[in-house]
Ligand binder design. Sequence first.
Ligand SMILES: NC(=O)c1ccc[n+]([C@@H]2O[C@H](COP(=O)([O-])OP(=O)(O)OC[C@H]3O[C@@H](n4cnc5c(N)ncnc54)[C@H](O)[C@@H]3O)[C@@H](O)[C@H]2O)c1
Length: 373
Amino acid sequence: MGRRGAARRAGDRSAGAHSTPSSWHGARLTVKVALFGAGRIGTIHAEDVVAHPRSELAAVVDEIPAAAQRLAGRFGVRVASAEAVFEDPSIDAILIASPNDTHADLIERGVAAGKAVFCEKPIDQSLARARRCLSRIRGAEGRLFLAFNRRFDPQFHALRQRIDAGEVGEVELVTIISKDPEPPPAEYIARSGGLFYDMTIHDFDMARYLLPDEPATVAAAGSSLVDAAVRAAGDIDTAVVTLTTASGRLAVITNSRRSGFGYDQRIEVLGSKGMLAAENPPRSTVVASTQQGITHDRPFDFFLDRYRDSYRLEWAHFVDVTEGRVKPLVSGRDGERALTLADVALESLRSGRRLEVPAFDPAASAGGREGER
Ligand SMILES: NC(=O)c1ccc[n+]([C@@H]2O[C@H](COP(=O)([O-])OP(=O)(O)OC[C@H]3O[C@@H](n4cnc5c(N)ncnc54)[C@H](O)[C@@H]3O)[C@@H](O)[C@H]2O)c1
């Protein structure tokens, strides 16, 4: 990778605004956090908030009182309403781990209340709504961290570093294989926005993270082969998306909501001087060699295990952001760009055509400058 290409990557950021925790006492910072959403990923994040030496879980909000109570009880903290959190000046940050259709509203309310905001992907299922949200927080973009956690995965981060070091020369083809072990429950699908907005959104961001320049066209194919509930919701569960950048580099994303053998998360980066590949880490390194053959262990079951380190690392980064030590490594603008790719992919799927990604107009965009390349 040449220096020019490396300098234009999505991970390179300029300034954004920062909040500092209200609980600064001159000696030690403690970022007080309210968690929205006590489900699968909220539970993981809560563990990381509690484990971090400079953050503290102060409250849990969930629309299902029993879910909030279960998690709050586990950590000995209070259950709160959203209103109580936004009115409480002792809360420095909110952590949004509620369904996709709640994020934009909570980001706006959090920023308006002066909180730093850690938000799960995506900003919203609608690009227009996401843009409205970013427009409403203009001037405070540096308070928002969008949790594209895979950038913090040690394997994928190493890929990026080795690309930047020029180990495989100019990047030509990125292949991202991303399969869930099984489809989520129907009620999750109903609030997810669809495969491209919920699942492929991670892969769109990863493609941007690894490619030397922005995707300029998108061609998508998809089917509903795995789950009748997905089909009934009008969604797809199997997809192939091809991205082509302005300089002709390619990324191919393959998705399925069912793998049959665990969580399949692999990336290959082919360059002019060779190839880098990040394989599935096995659940154990035990290898059985017998007359029947040589058997390695399966991949991890799902994201909770496979990406455990990335959640811890992104949380540590967010604490640093909240304390004003660093700028967010993933911005609202990155979220907007990933959503744009999801929108074009859906349109391509419907039309059966390869489509151009609309030119990114910084004036129309509301995301500030922190995601600028
Ligand atoms: N980064 C990742 O690896 C990753 C993995 C899984 C999920 N996610 C994202 O995290 C979010 C949550 O996913 P999940 O799998 O944990 O879902 P989940 O269904 O397990 O949990 C969501 C929780 O939010 C609660 N909730 C609903 N509306 C709420 C509201 N208005 N305020 C507060 N709580 C509310 C629900 O009652 C539920 O307890 C989604 O946005 C999803 O896209 C990210």
